[in-house]
Design a protein around this ligand. Structure first.
Ligand code: AMP
Length: 181
């Protein structure tokens, strides 16, 4: 029987070598999300530092950031704003291009979703190179939003994303680390 004390999130995360391509170890959180204890422990730990912090709403990045961001927003008693991949949002959008290993991708948010002075908490499942989170942070800041913090379940510190965010003055909250890419 799992005890809450000493509960290890890492053992619920499935590691898949050479997916989606050779040399990458995919850290699959579907196994963590599928566990009643895993999901609750994970959301509790994401929410914990922000329980008494002034936050207007939570922003999550498609797609795994929606599962976690929605739960975190609910726990904080706040709303949720989605950042989506190109072409998915139905109304006027603002967007940001960011570099992938091969080529460029784009994330978008509704143009009226973030207003001047809004205090937001950004959520995604994992930070690797930080390219995705960085683009999201630029979108938030360019819209006049104030980023309170960025929170992720998994940090891959060797890829440098969390370090780069901290260097930009972002408060970063992560729950577990894995070595390698
Ligand atoms: P990055 O922009 O390099 O920080 O990559 C972060 C985004 O890509 C997140 O939305 C992750 O879901 C996904 N991602 C990157 N690397 C991995 C990995 N090794 N395992 C699972 N997801 C990953």
């Amino acid at each position: 029987m799992d005890q809450r004390n000493g509960f290890d999130l890492r053992k619920y995360i499935r590691s898949i070598p050479d997916y989606p391509k050779k040399g990458i170890i995919f850290r699959d959180i579907t196994t963590l999300m599928a566990s009643a204890h895993g999901l609750r422990a994970c959301v509790d730990e994401l929410v914990w530092p922000f329980l008494e912090v002034d936050i207007d709403y939570v922003i999550g990045i498609e797609a795994r950031g929606f599962i976690l961001g929605g739960a975190v927003a609910h726990e904080l008693g706040r709303g949720f704003v989605p950042i989506r991949k190109r072409g998915k949002l139905p109304w006027k959008v603002i967007g940001k291009d960011y570099e992938l290993e091969y080529g460029v991708d784009r994330i978008e948010v509704h143009a009226d979703a973030i207003r001047e002075g809004d205090r937001v908490l950004l959520i995604d499942d994992l930070i690797a190179t930080g390219g995705t989170a960085n683009a999201a942070i630029d979108l938030i800041r360019e819209s006049g939003g104030e980023l309170v913090a960025a929170a992720f379940v998994i940090d891959l510190p060797e890829l440098g994303g969390s370090r780069k965010l901290k260097e930009k003055g972002v408060k970063v909250h992560t729950l577990v680390e894995f070595e390698g890419a």
